[in-house]
Design a protein around this ligand. Structure first.
Ligand code: CP
Length: 282
């Protein structure tokens, strides 16, 4: 396996299965009274988050602590980044402090790769711009395999703002590599990038067509912070055409699961009744 994790392209199918199996065995640690193993004792992990996060930052912190690493959490607010320090100079400071691994989230695509050119530490991409979010894809695969018992042969719909979604790019590569029967991307033409067909997926501009017969429906948030023009008439109009409601979910398989990387915007891309419903594994 590579020394960094920048993209799902860094992992072949065997690597992914090894990570999922290891995660499965590590899960038991979370049920112990003392939730710790010594695997990273003496190592320093820096969570270097220059863009907002709840799930990813806390997950990395919890994982590193349970592996007995020393953990440093770093965000732009309150640091010298707010005084204009460059990414390179901040990275060199982390390097000088002896970071063994740097988990980075950044609004610019390619920042984690750039970081690998400046530091000796292992770099893990926790989401870069609209490029990739590989550990979210690993979590999504883990969830599908756990809930449905397999990855091979699944029909998966990824619905919403695919254009700005790093999760969609990582999920598509992961799912096609792991042998899913079909991956569909679903959304209005303005929110589906033109290169999707080359990625081996089926593009559907109708939600009904896109989720019909699917085993998994992954809903995506509208990333208003990354939208530069008027890509949608309004969020109300969007919900009318692309919001996942209980009635629409009936078009998927009866035992289909609903996923969402979060944060969720209830009533925008997904109805609250679906979020809180029995098919949700969010
Ligand atoms: N799924 C995800 O990346 O969520 P956060 O932005 O809260 O980390």
């Amino acid at each position: 396996m590579n020394e960094h994790l920048l993209s799902m392209h860094d992992l072949n199918a065997d690597d992914v299965v090894r990570v999922l199996d290891t995660a499965g065995s590590f899960r038991e640690v979370g049920s112990r009274v003392i939730k710790k193993v010594p695997a990273l004792r003496g190592r320093t992990v820096v969570n270097f988050f220059l863009e907002n996060s709840t799930r990813t930052r806390i997950s990395f912190e919890l994982a590193a602590k349970r592996l007995s690493a020393d953990v440093i959490n770093f965000s732009a607010g309150g640091s010298s980044v707010a005084k204009g320090e460059s990414l390179k100079d901040t990275a060199l400071t982390l390097q000088a402090m002896g970071a063994d691994a740097i988990v980075v989230r950044h609004s610019s695509s390619g920042s984690p790769l750039q970081l690998t050119r400046w530091v000796d530490a292992h770099v893990l991409n926790a989401g870069d711009g609209t490029h990739e979010h590989p550990t979210q894809a690993l979590l999504d695969l883990y969830t599908m395999r756990e809930k449905l018992g397999r990855l091979e042969g699944l029909r998966v719909a990824i619905v919403g703002d695919v254009l700005h979604s790093r999760v969609a790019r990582s999920d598509i590569h992961a799912l096609t590599t792991l042998g899913c029967a079909e991956v569909r991307v679903v959304g209005p033409k303005t929110l589906v990038p033109g290169d999707m067909a080359q990625m081996g997926v089926r593009v559907c501009n109708s939600l009904e067509e896109g989720i019909r017969g699917c085993d998994v429906v992954i809903m995506l948030r509208l990333q208003n912070e990354r939208m530069s023009g008027a890509l949608l008439p309004s969020t109300q109009e969007y919900f009318k055409s692309y919001g996942l409601t209980p009635e629409r979910l009936e078009l998927a398989k009866p035992d289909a699961i609903v996923m969402h990387p979060g944060p969720i915007n209830r009533g925008v891309e997904i109805d609250s009744a679906v979020v809180d419903g029995k098919q949700s594994v969010i």
